[in-house]
Ligand binder design. Sequence first.
Ligand code: ATP
Ligand code: MG
Ligand code: FE
Length: 342
Amino acid sequence: MLVLGIESSCDETGVAAVEAFGSATPTLLAHALHSQIEMHQAYGGVVPELASRDHIRRVLPLAEQVLEQSGRALADLDVVAYTRGPGLAGALLVGAGVACALGAALNKPVLGVHHLEGHLLSPFLSADPPRFPFVALLVSGGHTQLMRVDGVGRYDLLGETIDDAAGEAFDKSAKLMGLGYPGGPALSKLAQQGRGDAFKLPRPLLHSGNLDFSFAGLKTAVMTQARKLGDELEARKADLAASTEAAIVDVLVKKTLAALDDTALDRVVVAGGVGANRLLRQQLDAACRRRGVRVHYPELHLCTDNGAMIAMAAAMRLQSGQQEATSVYAFDVKPRWPLAQL
Ligand code: ATP
Ligand code: MG
Ligand code: FE
């Protein structure tokens, strides 16, 4: 089964081809990505209309590139998958429209995929994929969730952020420090030159007794600290970045450990853009090693949005019998779509 996956939920156009035989973990044949970050940088964030237009320009050339690299032709495809939501409505419509048009033209079925399920299953693209069941820490630009995952489509939400996502906390703090957009990676890089205990920043909901998160207060604390520093900010920026990163990572690690306690599971899967964070990986690995818990991550370049995770999620859903591809080419998108509704 050859699956083409198209991702266009936000500011990355991604296309990939994945092949699946029987019930074996599907393999990635090729993937191609175009990031719009440079285009949106001038505005300090994603401009939805510009995003949609750029997806239109990029998606077919990327698909051609992927097929060529895979050594396959359009006619070889069995299923065309696309991100159905959540995300920006206009951006999603581009991927959905192209996928359904391709399907109709080739007389091949299509499948709409949940973007977060894509992130969640992205560690299956690595050489040493996880086994079910596991605790999943999904940390992206728009979501922060802990889940119990018993199989494809079997997701129980254990806790989630009540306000900002972890990636948002990175990005907003970075913006306050003038580190550009998206600031997560830049903040993390600067943090390497600073001390994580230089400033006392809050760890919201750390002792809440549940698995929920809150990051909005942290951003306010960073802003207050930055104002207090005034002219000194420039000289202390690395310390403030390191302290911010330490606060976010501390909460993510401790809540993940609490989720392991609650579920009595011994495997963790980290997914989403913040899963690329160096400190998070270090601290989670160290804490889990002490407990004999295995941690799985997506490959670094597959933590943020990409087409490979969409093709993978589609292939795994089809394999598991959770869903069938359809030859009805009328499509809709779901800009808001809780994973629990799957
Ligand atoms: P969602 O998947 O929830 O719809 P999204 O697709 O925008 O949101 P992702 O692409 O998974 O999110 O991840 C992007 C986020 O990851 C951004 O907030 C970015 O700052 C953050 N990020 C990426 N790399 C790092 C890093 N090394 N350290 C911290 N944050 C990072
Ligand atoms: Mg992105
Ligand atoms: Fe994403």
